[in-house]
Design a protein around this ligand. Structure first.
Ligand code: NAD
Ligand code: IPM
Ligand code: MN
Length: 357
């Protein structure tokens, strides 16, 4: 098949990890006889430096035409002035919103070899296989009003708003149920319904969606206790569905289960075929330019791209198997307790792509 992929390397370690993921995609395409073409565009801090905006029109237009988008990360200390009008993160948020990518899938399945890379006891990690579905285009990230103002008396106030419509909740929860039906048939809807009105609506809508899926168990959990249970009883979760910011925080926490933030991939999906694929971590300014960042989160995101946007499940599985084997055979970057470079990790995955079964 033919497909047009937009690459958005972004900032910090972004270019290093996207280069490895692209090389893996090329190797898979060669092996399976597909023609992948790429366009590379600016987003985030590098786009601000070149064009004064974090999401240039040419980047967004290319994404709208693409079959899928692979992103590294945006942001860094260079653009971190709290008074700045333009910020790298606006590029990513704007892209998600403009493309209608309302569901962010973040799977967490610790590799057995990495149980010792986690500070948690191995018996808490064995058998963990969960999927967080994070709402991505609403909630606290996008609610209005959103402002900062200095009043006549000299005091300054800032406002963010946690806003959802029932329709926004319904579509993402419904997707979580569909995904659960192909898994262990359990959905945990996470909210703060004891305090927040938006969460009471969330809970009501989730229950209503649950009635349409009698074969799937639905439980509601408050986000604070969920944060604890993710570390003490992670095995009990199958699909977790939650508000934008709750999902952002819970998934960095869940990365502790997988041994490193560098391991976790994600897919951001809407109603169309085109998705945005990116590791869940950021631009890791402390590692940028050193060639030592873990590229597996991005490589596994490329596998999700093949599965969800290009409908190539065998090719996706080939990448996942190769990445699994590389780790199994001890090819580990510094965050996993090893010495492999970013390039060596990528090469190790590519070298194992042909090994079937
Ligand atoms: P971060 O995720 O960049 O880094 C947190 C820690 O994890 C650091 O110690 C880092 O070295 C480590 N880490 C992250 N990715 C790694 C990898 N692939 N391999 C090995 N170690 C890795 O979070 P932060 O430091 O809080 O944020 C830095 C910048 O990244 C900020 O500007 C933030 O806005 C941005 N950010 C962007 C995204 C994104 O583009 N999707 C996500 C999160 C943060
Ligand atoms: C993520 C990041 C982004 C988010 C930032 C960079 C806007 O933390 O993708 O998890 O908060 O969604
Ligand atoms: Mn995040």
């Amino acid at each position: 098949m033919k497909a047009n992929i937009v690459l958005l390397p972004g900032d910090g370690i972004g270019p290093e990890i996207v280069a490895e993921a692209r090389a893996v995609l090329d190797a898979v395409a060669a092996e399976f006889g597909h023609a992948l073409s790429y366009e590379t565009h600016l987003i985030g801090g590098s786009a601000i430096d070149a064009h004064g905006t974090a999401l240039p029109e040419v980047t967004l237009e290319a994404c709208r035409r693409a079959d899928a988008i692979l992103l590294g990360a945006v942001g860094g200390p260079k653009w971190d002035d709290p008074a700045a009008k333009v910020r790298p993160e606006q590029g990513l948020l704007g892209l998600r919103k403009a493309m209608g990518l309302y569901a962010n899938l973040r799977p967490v399945k610790p590799h057995p070899r990495l149980l010792s890379a986690s500070p948690l006891r191995p018996e808490r990690l064995e058998g963990v296989d969960l999927l967080v579905v994070r709402e991505l285009t609403g909630g606290l990230y996008f609610g209005q009003p959103r402002l900062r103002e200095t009043r006549a008396d000299g005091t300054t106030r800032a406002v963010d708003t946690l806003e959802y419509t029932d329709a926004e909740i319904r579509r993402v929860v419904a997707l979580a149920f569909r995904l659960a039906s192909g898994r262990r048939k359990k959905v945990t809807s996470v909210d703060k319904a004891n305090v927040l009105e938006s969460s009471r609506l969330w809970r009501q809508v989730a229950s209503a969606v649950g009635k349409d899926h009698p074969a799937i168990a639905l439980e509601h959990q408050l986000v604070d206790s969920c944060a604890m249970r993710l570390l003490t009883h992670a095995r009990e979760f199958d699909v977790i569905v939650t508000e934008n910011l709750f999902g952002d925080i819970l998934t960095d926490e869940a990365a502790v289960l997988a041994g490193s933030l560098g391991m976790l991939p994600s897919a951001s999906l809407g109603d169309g075929k085109c998705g945005l694929y990116e590791p869940i971590h950021g631009s890791a300014p402390d590692l940028a330019g050193k060639g030592i960042a873990n590229p597996l989160g991005t490589i596994l995101s490329a596998a999700m791209l093949l599965r969800h946007s290009l409908e190539l499940p065998a090719e996706a599985a080939a990448i996942e198997r190769a990445a699994f084997r590389a780790v199994d055979e001890g090819v580990l970057s510094a965050d996993l307790g090893g010495r492999a470079s970013t390039r060596e990790m990528g090469e190790a995955v590519r070298a194992r792509l042909g090994s079937h079964a």
